[in-house]
Design a protein around this ligand. Structure first.
Ligand code: SAH
Length: 560
């Protein structure tokens, strides 16, 4: 029983909403608040107090006995914005309660116990149908008890803090199984049922055929992702109704597409009727996968429907995530969400260090040292192909002189790819310097490890002739020291010696430094691989110690 206590009108209205949502589990305590809290504390397993945390702390403090016996106490603030797990987060179930109250009232759950601070994903928030004892397994996860993962099919799940063995289990399967007492079964949408039907086939016949095929093969309808058929049957009422009743989309293919699929049981009837030797098997198999139920006909006489069931290969997910230049608050919320979403993280060790605290427990981290770019890209794609949710990280923007292109060059269309943009070094440096990128600008990498120097030089020359602001990435390293002076001398052929040049080292990181100098005065020895160098165009000025490139060239002639 959950005791509800409120004092104000706003609190009482929220209390009533909760009581109406959970009529059998809640009891309202009226009367003076102090008495109400004491009575509820003695009589209930849990309390929800629509009161200030301070007031509740004072009231329950003398009543506390121990974390195994105390009730769980949740406080909801006057505005109904937060549901705070105050006492008994684990033993008293207050963390779960705060989440549940938050859902009913639209309040944000506030939970401060250690395992929750890392934001475990809720088992019922994974986007998959769930069966079994969600409450018990969630509690075990939160309490750090051993929970084993038994994945019979791979699916791009977020990381779960699971062990090889444990009293509790999370089972990922499309098979028809009864969850055990300490088990949760997740149902990934792995199955596709291909269906064919003669004109006028009754919905019951199609539905019964599909359900029977799944049942006989020991498969769960909760894992059915779609019905599939030929275009000509897209409007066949029996098929359309069956898909609706099963709660899955109906996907259709042209007869030509289906005719190209190799199937075990082709026949002449559909060839004559719709132009493909197989509808059910071909439609189910078109996306690839394993044929679990070969074509079968319904039991009706004459049979008007056919069906076949395929288990699709898992479709992995590759997120290419830019972490920004270094500062935590320049990492976008979307990047943070993708880092928590991935069960496999691939990246350069120093970048992994930058965000390790954001990862959920259970994340598999595959880090490697400098120079292993191609291998990192291959690893990330291979993990996604195995059906995992992978995040491939890079500093700044992951698409700028970074991992996105080698990864996507490697990837085929059997995985989903999402990109998360990041603040690239040129932008971070620009903000430090002032407004150097106020007009057309270009980024040029001076690394000739993978690009011939002639190509780089041609691009620098073009930028010089076109009077474009240039930011140099990878400007200078111990073994590559002549490229920067050479590039600057090309620009100097078209720009005044006094042209402003900004040098920014470790933009947005703890040891950030920057200098504003000129083309003539820049000392290349102050530049290293942690640095970008931005060279202004012929209109760029130093104003009040800041580098400013005017938006339009006419500005030059206007009086200042
Ligand atoms: N993907 C990265 C760039 C990778 S190339 C981005 O979008 O920023 C690596 C080069 O980027 C470094 O040699 C340096 O020139 C530059 N760089 C990256 N981060 C930087 C930072 N925080 N401050 C200054 N330069 C940086």
């Amino acid at each position: 029983m959950i005791g509800l206590i409120s004092a104000t009108a706003a609190g009482t209205s929220a209390r009533d909403r909760l009581a109406a949502a959970w009529p059998d589990r809640t009891r309202v305590y009226e009367g003076p608040v102090a008495d109400a809290v004491r009575a509820a504390f003695a009589e209930c397993e849990q309390l929800v107090c629509f009161l200030a945390t301070g007031a509740v702390v004072r009231l329950v403090a003398p009543l506390l006995d121990g974390k195994t016996s105390d009730p769980g106490v949740v406080c909801v603030d006057e505005a109904g914005r937060f549901a705070v797990s105050l006492v008994g987060g684990h033993g008293g179930g207050a963390n779960e309660l705060a989440r549940a109250v938050g859902e009913v009232l639209g309040a944000e759950p506030v939970v401060t116990t250690a395992t929750d601070a890392v934001r475990l994903p809720g088992l019922d928030t994974l986007g998959l149908p769930v069966e079994g004892n969600v409450a018990a397994v969630s509690r075990a996860l939160l309490d750090g008890e051993a929970v084993a993962l038994r994945a019979e099919v791979t699916w791009p799940l977020p990381p779960l803090p699971v062990a090889g063995d444990g009293a509790y289990t999370i089972r990922v399967t499309d098979r028809l199984v009864e969850p055990g007492e300490r088990e949760v079964v997740l149902r990934p949408p792995t199955l596709v049922a291909g269906v064919g039907a003669s004109r006028g086939a009754p919905a019951e016949e199609v539905l019964g055929l599909v359900e029977g095929a799944l049942r006989d093969a020991g498969l769960s309808g909760a894992s059915l992702a779609a019905l599939a058929t030929v275009d000509a049957k897209a409007d066949e009422p029996g098929i359309v109704a069956a898909a609706r009743r099963l709660g899955v989309p109906l996907v259709t293919y042209t007869a030509g597409e289906l005719a190209r699929v190799e199937v075990p049981n082709p026949s002449d009837a559909p060839l004559a009727a719709v132009g493909t030797p197989s509808v059910a098997e071909a439609a189910a198999l078109l996306g690839g996968g394993e044929l679990l139920v070969p074509k079968r006909k319904s039991a009706a006489r004459p049979a008007m429907a056919t069906c076949a069931v395929v288990r699709r290969p898992a479709r992995g997910r590759l997120a290419v995530v830019g972490l920004g230049p270094g500062a935590r608050d320049l990492l976008t919320p979307r990047a943070g969400a993708e880092l928590r979403r991935a069960s496999v993280l691939v990246g350069l060790d120093q970048y992994v260090d930058q965000i390790r605290d954001l990862l959920r427990p259970g994340t598999r981290v595959l880090e490697s040292g400098l120079g292993a770019e191609e291998e990192r890209a291959r690893t990330a794609v291979a993990e996604a192909r195995r059906g995992h949710a992978v995040a491939l990280i890079g500093s700044g923007d992951a698409g700028v002189y970074a991992m996105a292109s080698p990864a996507l060059a490697e990837a085929s269309d059997d995985i989903d790819v999402v990109g998360v943009p990041g603040v690239t070094a040129a932008l971070a440096a620009g903000a430090v310097l002032g407004a150097p990128l106020g007009h057309d600008h270009v980024s040029i990498s001076l690394s000739d490890l993978h690009t011939p120097w002639e190509v780089i030089e041609r691009r620098v020359r073009a930028a010089a002739e076109a009077d474009i602001v240039v930011t140099f990435y990878n400007p200078r390293s111990r073994g590559r020291d002549w490229q920067l002076p050479k590039a600057l001398s090309i620009l100097a052929g078209h720009r005044e010696p006094a042209t402003p040049v900004g040098v920014v080292r470790n933009a947005s990181r703890a040891d950030e430094s920057s200098r504003l100098t000129t083309l003539a005065a820049l000392d290349p020895a102050t530049v290293d691989m942690m640095t970008v160098v931005t060279v202004g165009n012929t209109a760029t000025r130093e104003i009040a110690g800041r580098m400013v490139t005017p938006r339009g060239y006419r500005w030059q002639e206007e009086p200042r």
